[in-house]
Design a binder for this molecule. Structure first.
Ligand SMILES: Cc1ncc(COP(=O)(O)O)c(C=O)c1O
Length: 327
């Protein structure tokens, strides 16, 4: 799965040959730039949920004599009195809106429906077993359970309706890191997407259904010591996107029991660390932190060091290291 058309182009130019666009592309030039690769046999499925998405792709397809593969994004959020539990993305919320889009698809000769995607972000990205927030975690567990039942039924009904309309589909995508366990329980789901989970960042530390081993950290260097137990490091403020709750900030990984200053947190230029443990910390030493989600580290660093045991076994560039900025 990829995010923007420019990212898809970069991946197609670099030997990837089977991509799903996670988001709609509405830029004509960007869509056209992908066509030579698709005509050469590479696979890319465009994401749609509005008639406008269909019309744009269909008109480009007709004038380029090419048939685009498309996937319909189905809304997986739940609405409870006074609470929208989920994200605001697709307009396809029920069978009636799906039927309208299927009718429109029937009038698009340059499009082929490959399947559906449903991204259950309220399950995938929301922790539900935080030991410091027991009551809130209970409420989230309850809401998630209700929501999973509701949207898995919705996903199944969508697949049934599409097949009833005579479309043959082979793609039913779901998930995100925090919902893998529940999404794979749906027999009609053919694939699950996970991104953040490869790093196991700290947002995923407290989920009731899994426990991942932390897999990514970054180091900042102690450059100052404003008082006895305070070690101030250079840089460090790599914050996750989305709603700006405290959990989007990094946490200290090592040394154990070191903590951030509540007033300053992890800052763009400096990060003060409180520590009164047994390890002798000196100017120049590293403090290790873990980021919250997935993208923030790769936005800030050119390279990732891959470590096995105590050894660096490889160094790989991030998109930033490749000189790429896709949005
Ligand atoms: C549509 C969609 N599916 C799946 C994912 C993967 O989620 P995660 O990074 O939590 O694994 C994302 C992440 O942004 C997404 O946008």
């Amino acid at each position: 799965m990829c995010f923007t058309a420019d990212e898809a182009l970069f991946l197609l130019e670099n030997d990837f040959d089977d991509l799903l666009m996670g988001y709609p592309v509405v830029d004509k030039g960007q869509i056209e730039s992908l066509i030579p690769h698709l005509k050469a046999g590479k696979e890319l499925v465009f994401m749609v949920d509005l008639v406008e998405h269909l019309q744009l792709l269909d008109s480009i397809g007709q004038s380029s004599e090419f048939t685009f593969d498309v996937c319909i994004d189905i809304d997986m959020s739940s609405t409870y009195p006074g609470l929208h539990f989920g994200v605001r993305r697709s307009s396809i919320r029920n069978e009636a809106s799906l039927q309208l889009l299927l009718n429109a698809l029937n009038g698009c000769p340059a499009l082929k429906l490959r399947g559906i995607m449903g991204y259950e972000a309220q399950v995938a990205g929301l922790g539900d077993a935080n030991p410091n927030q027991k009551l809130k975690s209970r409420v989230i567990q309850y809401l998630k359970k209700r929501s999973v039942n509701e949207f898995s039924e919705r996903r199944k009904k969508a697949v049934d309706l599409i097949r009833k309309n005579g479309f043959e589909i082979d793609l039913v995508n779901g998930g995100g890191t925090g919902s893998i366990e529940s999404t794979i329980e749906e027999p009609w789901v053919s694939e699950v997407t996970a991104g953040s989970g490869f790093y196991a960042p700290h947002l995923f530390d407290y989920y009731i259904r899994f426990r991942h081993l932390p897999a990514a950290a970054y180091a900042v260097q102690i450059v100052r010591r404003p008082s006895k137990n305070i070690y101030t490091c250079l840089g460090g403020g790599y914050i996750a996107s989305g709603g700006i709750e405290a959990e989007k900030a990094p946490i200290i990984y090592l040394p154990e029991k070191a903590r951030l200053d509540k007033n300053e947190g992890a800052g763009e230029v400096q990060t003060p660390v409180f520590y009164d443990g047994n390890i002798n910390l000196n100017i120049g030493d590293p403090i290790f932190l873990r980021h919250s989600k997935a993208g923030e580290l790769c936005e800030r660093f050119n390279e990732l060091y891959l470590i096995s045991g105590n050894e660096i076994v490889d160094v790989v560039p991030t998109y930033r290291g490749e000189g790429k900025c896709f949005l």
